[in-house]
Ligand binder design. Structure first.
Ligand code: NAP
Length: 547
């Protein structure tokens, strides 16, 4: 049973927003150390992104044995993953298992949204309000709101007149949606679209995919894990962890050390053929070391994938649309699939290029495109992604020193030192925040590092009597510039993407992730704390004198 909000304290050491991977581990660490903590989540259960994204085909793209917590040996030994890439229900079960095993739920207010946070400079703490009318004071405000948590639904003219059902992959109904016999539109071909399209196609009488940007998808090649494989993973935990921590993207496989241009075309093809069969992120990230920094190297891999698409898709016109590439491979988040391209060989599936033939309007019975074609639908599925990185943080309506709003401070793009703290917003920690490495890594690894670092900072404050920690403006400016400069050495800043904060009209176009890899980031954070929290100002609140 969870406690009713009324009997929970309204003054605590820390408030955590979000009960996904980040919030759960943060709660565990702080509670272990005796800090009073409350967690709020708008969902009715734990899981964060894995609570909401229940669309058909939703599954993880990182392999299960490292897409999980590492901190608890018991959890590791008691939990059994069924396959290489578990589906959403299994990951949600895992997070419930962890929350129950560590007895976390009793400190979480579910179904409760944080509506505002105001920094009280005198008290040196946050005043947090919820949509249940509660006000809670906390020394620390810690956000674990994820980077892909506020869905983006494009404002298509006439959408409100559509008489059929409208879905978004990121807020999928809890009950099964049955598309049998229906004419369905899927708009969007990012990871969510690419995972859901093959399964929706199996049910729908007619499926039309509206593609704005052709994506380079690689087969995931999921498989069931045997007991022997699981045992091997457990036995080799230390070595796999070492590989994970040495990997820029925090995945347990080796980092490539060869240029795609340093080998002959035959050698390259043999390697790519081999990795295509292995599937998953290993194709992109264990092949060559210059795919996202050198256009020529990039083209070798892009052309390889295009060849695979054209080999798979029988209708040349559909293949042409699927290969309408406008960006180098790997500059948007690479998707993985199961039978994505094969799906376009089905008689009931077609594809429309929104790039050459934009959606003009939605009507009561379908979608009209610029060329005048009208497509009739019973359901429209938006797989159009998220107001990423900053969307949910800004919705928290945070006001820092002098009443400055975070939205105002970030109007030209997010600014945070180490991706964790923003000048003018003392005692606020943003797990997997903007300018950190999270979105370019395997999340749980980055989350554990972020949470451990924040916990150590809070412990340091307790030990030294400090009551306020704030990123210095100069350190923040340097960090933000370094993030952009490092990204500019790659091809990633040459395209529009959610990494560039430019997947939604009106957002400031700026690179939002630390690209130099998880090991360098972790080392930098250690260096900051070893050197007296370099780049931060720590203050101690003076006791109020008795009258
Ligand atoms: P996404 O990658 O942002 O893809 C959204 C898609 O919708 C893109 O194809 C986009 O086209 C299109 N789109 C957006 N607005 C449109 C409009 N007005 N008209 C037509 N098309 C439009 O979103 P997502 O697929 O939900 O994935 C987001 C992120 O979540 C992923 O990159 C990944 O990090 C994470 N995710 C992970 C998994 C996994 O681990 N398996 C699964 C799903 C999602 P443009 O490219 O032109 O913008």
């Amino acid at each position: 049973m969870t406690q009713s909000p009324s009997v929970r304290p309204n003054e605590v050491d820390a408030v955590i927003v979000g009960a996904g991977f980040s919030g759960l581990y943060m709660l565990h660490r702080l509670r272990e150390l005796g800090y009073s903590t409350r967690v709020f989540d708008a969902a009715d259960g734990v899981g964060g992104t894995w609570y909401w994204n229940r669309y058909p085909g939703a599954r993880c793209d990182s392999e299960s044995h490292y897409y999980c917590y590492s901190f608890s040996e018991e959890v590791r030994k008691e939990w059994k993953w069924s396959c290489r890439y578990p589906a959403q229900p299994e990951i949600l079960d895992y997070l419930n298992f962890v929350a129950d095993r560590l007895d976390l739920k009793k400190d979480i207010d579910f179904g409760t949204r944080v509506t505002s946070g105001r920094y009280d400079e005198t008290a040196q703490g946050w005043v947090i309000e919820t949509d249940r009318g509660e006000t809670v004071r906390a020394r620390f405000l810690i956000t674990g709101v994820g980077n892909t948590s506020t869905p983006n639904t494009p404002k298509l003219p006439g959408l409100e007149t559509f008489a059929g059902k409208v879905y978004h992959t990121a807020v999928w109904p809890h009950e099964k949606v049955d598309f049998t016999g229906q004419r369905v539109a899927v708009i969007g071909t990012g990871s969510s679209g690419i995972q859901s399209i093959p399964l929706i196609a199996e049910e729908a009488s007619q499926l039309t995919v509206f593609q704005r940007t052709a994506n380079y998808s690689v087969p995931a090649r999921n498989f069931d894990l045997t007991d022997e494989m699981r045992r091997e993973q457990l036995d080799n935990f230390e070595e796999l962890r070492r590989l994970t921590l040495a990997s820029p993207i925090a995945m347990a496989f080796p980092v490539p050390d060869t240029s795609a241009l340093a080998v002959s075309a035959e050698v390259r093809k043999a390697k790519l053929d081999e990795l295509w069969e292995v599937g998953g992120f290993r194709f992109m990230f264990t092949s060559y070391n210059d795919i996202v920094v050198d256009l020529q190297a990039n083209a070798t891999v892009a052309n390889y994938i295009e060849g695979k698409i054209r080999e798979t898709v029988k209708d040349p016109a559909a293949a042409d649309v699927l290969c309408e590439f406008n960006h180098p491979v790997g500059t948007k988040r690479p998707p993985l699939d199961t039978n994505y391209y094969e799906t376009f060989n089905r008689d009931n599936v077609s594809i429309v290029s929104v790039r050459t033939n934009p959606i003009k309007e939605v009507t009561a019975d379908g979608i009209t495109t610029a060329n005048g074609d009208h497509h009739r639908f019973d359901a429209i599925v938006f797989a159009t992604g998220f107001d990423t990185i900053t969307g949910t943080l800004l919705k928290l309506n945070l006001h820092g020193r002098g009443g400055q709003s975070l939205a105002d401070k970030w109007k030209d793009g997010p600014r945070a030192y180490l991706g964790l703290c923003s000048a003018g917003f003392p005692n606020l920690f943003m797990l997997t925040g903007p300018g950190g490495p999270s979105t370019l890594t395997n999340f749980p690894v980055c989350i554990e590092q972020n949470v451990d670092w924040v916990t150590n900072a809070i412990e340091h404050m307790r030990e030294t009597g400090a009551t306020e920690i704030e990123a210095a403006a100069e350190a923040e400016t340097e960090w933000v510039q370094m993030v952009v400069d490092e990204a500019d050495k790659t091809l990633l800043t040459s395209v529009d993407s959610w990494y560039m904060n430019s997947n939604i009209p009106g957002k400031p176009r700026v690179f939002t992730a630390y690209i130099s890899g998880m090991p360098a980031f972790a080392e930098t954070c250690e260096d900051v704390s070893r050197n007296g929290y370099k780049g931060f100002t720590l203050r101690t609140r003076q006791p109020v004198e008795a009258a």
